[in-house]
Write a protein that binds this ligand. Structure first.
Ligand SMILES: C[S@@+](CC[C@H](N)C(=O)[O-])C[C@H]1O[C@@H](n2cnc3c(N)ncnc32)[C@H](O)[C@@H]1O
Length: 280
């Protein structure tokens, strides 16, 4: 992992930013286009007009959020060098789960449970019986996985300390395997696993099949037009390229980027790369 990070840093240093993005785009597009056209059915999704981002992130929840955040901070040692969602985006996830009040939640990409803890706490605050499945290729509760990421206890133990462990099921599978065999429906799905365009081109149709009518599908690392909202920031092209291919293929699927949030996110900005998928 450290080797990969160092290699990416070197490439960014050597190539001017637009060239780096062009190279990434070409590589992801080439891999994705080797997959024959897939059908995707966005019928379960709301249209973008159904969302009011200012209401979703309204001030009225600020006090409750501050209290929840303080509680989580006592058990979660956020390690900035890992690939967890940033603090401001974790706040957005907490708000979305509180506002949408889903009963059944699926997360792809548990990692150090940066997002998992916040969604689980929001589900607990909703006070309705819920089920939360979080899927990762790796066994994130194995000390060989969590300890090198700087945690002093496993995601499962952190959830237990927050009194959320009974709601959360860990699935150690690839998301494609999990979704292909999935009999359950979910009201909220968060995709934050393999961000390659070729994976997302296959993952999105399966996630939509598992989504209950009117459910919400949120993606991480969606960079509209492959531009970073942060000066000199990098982009992860896969999520955008996969959605663009579905759009070109006339699927009726589109993305609603959450854009700038009303609170700080990373590197002194309010920028987020979260996006809801919507029906056009
Ligand atoms: C960016 S991290 C997720 C960060 C996490 N949401 C957080 O905030 O802590 C991506 C995770 O997805 C997992 N992953 C990668 N490919 C996957 C796949 N095909 N299926 C399931 N999980 C995958 C990785 O093992 C990694 O833990």
């Amino acid at each position: 992992m450290d080797y990969m990070r160092a290699a990416k840093k070197l490439i960014r240093k050597l190539l001017p930013a637009p060239m780096e993005v062009r190279a990434l785009r070409a590589r992801h597009t080439y891999q994705m286009n080797r997959i024959p056209r897939l059908e995707v059915n966005p019928i379960a999704l709301p249209e973008s007009a159904a969302y009011s981002l200012s209401e979703l992130f309204g001030e009225d929840m600020a006090n409750e959020w501050n209290a929840a955040n303080q509680t989580i901070d006592e058990v979660f040692e956020y390690v900035d060098r890992t690939e967890a969602v940033c603090p401001g985006e974790r706040r957005a996830l907490w708000y979305l789960i509180r506002r949408f009040a889903p009963q059944r939640v699926l997360e792809v990409g548990t990692h150090i449970a940066g997002s998992t803890l916040y969604m689980a706490m929001a589900l607990k605050a909703n006070g309705i019986p819920s089920r939360f499945v979080t899927v990762d290729l790796l066994d994130v509760n194995d000390a060989r996985i969590w300890a090198p990421n700087g945690l002093s206890e496993s995601p499962r133990d952190m959830l237990a300390r927050l009194d959320c462990a009974q709601t959360v099921e860990f699935a150690v599978r690839s998301s494609l395997d999990y979704l292909a065999g999935c009999q359950a429906e979910f009201d909220f799905i968060f995709l934050d696993g393999d961000h390659s365009a070729s994976n997302l081109y296959r993952e999105i149709p399966l996630a939509l099949e598992a989504l209950a009518p009117g459910g919400h599908l949120l993606m991480h690392d969606y960079y509209p037009s492959l531009r970073s909202p942060i000066e000199d920031g990098g982009v992860i092209p896969g999520p955008y390229l996969a959605v663009e291919r579905f759009r070109r293929e006339g699927s009726g699927l589109a993305a609603l980027p959450l854009g700038s949030l009303p609170w700080p996110t990373k590197l002194g900005t309010n920028a987020s790369s979260l996006a809801l998928l919507v029906r056009e």
